[in-house]
Design a protein around this ligand. Structure first.
Ligand SMILES: [Ca+2]
Length: 360
């Protein structure tokens, strides 16, 4: 019935198409419709294959030729994280803000870029100690610089500038330079000029840490210190802020040369045939060495001239010089400066001023 309706109504175009298969007798017009149908099927197949291919490619994304250091590989291209640049995101370029209690910062895993400017702001807590440790540093000397400010801007005090090579002595990690800020912040700015580059830097930072982590000869402690501050509690044979100075070098060549006496002055006590601060020099010795004479503070001595004097640990040491009677370079004495000497100086000054004023 439907076919008949279509054939009888020539104005019903949609109806005529529906009748294609049933009306082969309509000749050329019908054949055209058949070709169109074949094309449709072919195109459909093409689209299907294309979609399948697309589905495949989204399942296995295109790889990047080289690894992306500070970024992600997206469709075969490295898309860099904030502050990074280069085809592998291997160069710092811009600003970084670091808020962890400890961490590290670097220009990147390869040589730094020419004409680059990178800035790191480390935010601790106000007025805490922040320690920077330059584990690796290699820049073109006097052309590529790292500036360190004790604060959160370049208007804060500039406390260090690094350029060139930092080459720590082997087996002595305490020679790795450290820089400490006390504002609780640190701003590091790196600048490189238009030519020549080197491997750059790797800097570790930590808030409220001990110098050189007490060099492995002590404990980092917050006890009895100012609010939040930490300091090294050194083991018995070590001293210094970072516990890096031995009381007795080379353990005084014990037992053959001497032994380390920790009871009094904490010094080497050498056997008869050895001398020097670490008992490495023979008796007699052709080499010069320093000695710390154990002399009790004295208040009375002959007056002398042309001597040398120095102040150390609350004592004024007086070495050498001439008295009226004789001269002797061994003529060493010391005097506590807090009491006797200062009092004497004040008295002398008063006398002198009194004499001056009375003479006018
Ligand atoms: Ca350079």
């Amino acid at each position: 019935g439907a076919l008949d309706v279509a054939s009888s109504d020539s104005t019903a175009g949609q109806g005529a198409r529906l009748c294609l298969g049933a009306r082969p007798a309509e000749g050329r017009r019908a054949r055209n419709w058949i070709y169109l149908d074949v094309w449709k099927t072919f195109l459909g197949a093409l689209i299907f294959i294309h979609l399948v291919q697309q589905a495949d490619s989204s399942a296995v994304p295109k790889q990047c030729d080289k690894s992306c250091f500070s970024g992600k590989c997206v469709n075969g291209t490295c898309v860099c994280d904030h502050g990074w640049d280069g085809d592998q995101c291997q160069h710092c370029q811009g600003r970084f803000k670091l808020t962890d209690l400890s961490g590290s910062l670097t220009d990147g895993p390869v040589n730094y870029k020419y004409k680059t400017k990178c800035t790191w702001l480390i935010e601790g807590y106000p007025n805490t100690e922040l320690r920077l440790r330059f584990n690796h540093f290699a820049t073109e000397c006097s052309w590529d610089h790292m500036y360190v400010y004790d604060g959160d801007s370049i208007y804060a005090p500039l406390i260090a500038v690094f350029s060139g090579l930092v080459v720590p002595e082997t087996r002595r990690n305490e020679t790795i330079p450290e820089v400490m800020t006390t504002s609780g912040y640190a701003l590091l700015h790196f600048f490189s000029d238009a030519a020549y580059n080197l491997t750059g830097f790797n800097i570790f930072y930590s808030i409220n840490s001990c110098p050189n982590n007490c060099s492995g000869h002590g404990r980092c402690s917050a006890a009895n210190s100012m609010a939040g501050r930490v300091y090294c509690e050194c083991e018995e044979y070590w001293k210094g802020e970072a516990c890096d100075i031995p009381y007795c070098k080379h353990n005084c060549g014990s037992p053959d040369h001497g032994y380390c006496d920790l009871t009094g002055e904490k010094l080497c006590v050498c056997n008869d045939s050895w001398q020097g601060p670490d008992c490495t020099l023979t008796v007699p010795s052709t080499e010069a060495f320093w000695v710390l004479p154990s002399i009790k503070p004295s208040t009375q001595s002959l007056g002398r001239a042309s001597h040398r004097a120095l102040v150390h640990s609350g004592l004024m040491w007086v070495v050498g010089g001439y008295s009226f009677n004789y001269s002797n370079y061994h003529m060493v004495l010391n005097s506590p400066i807090k009491h006797t000497l200062i009092n004497w100086m004040i008295k002398s000054l008063k006398k002198f001023l009194h004499l001056r004023s009375s003479s006018f």
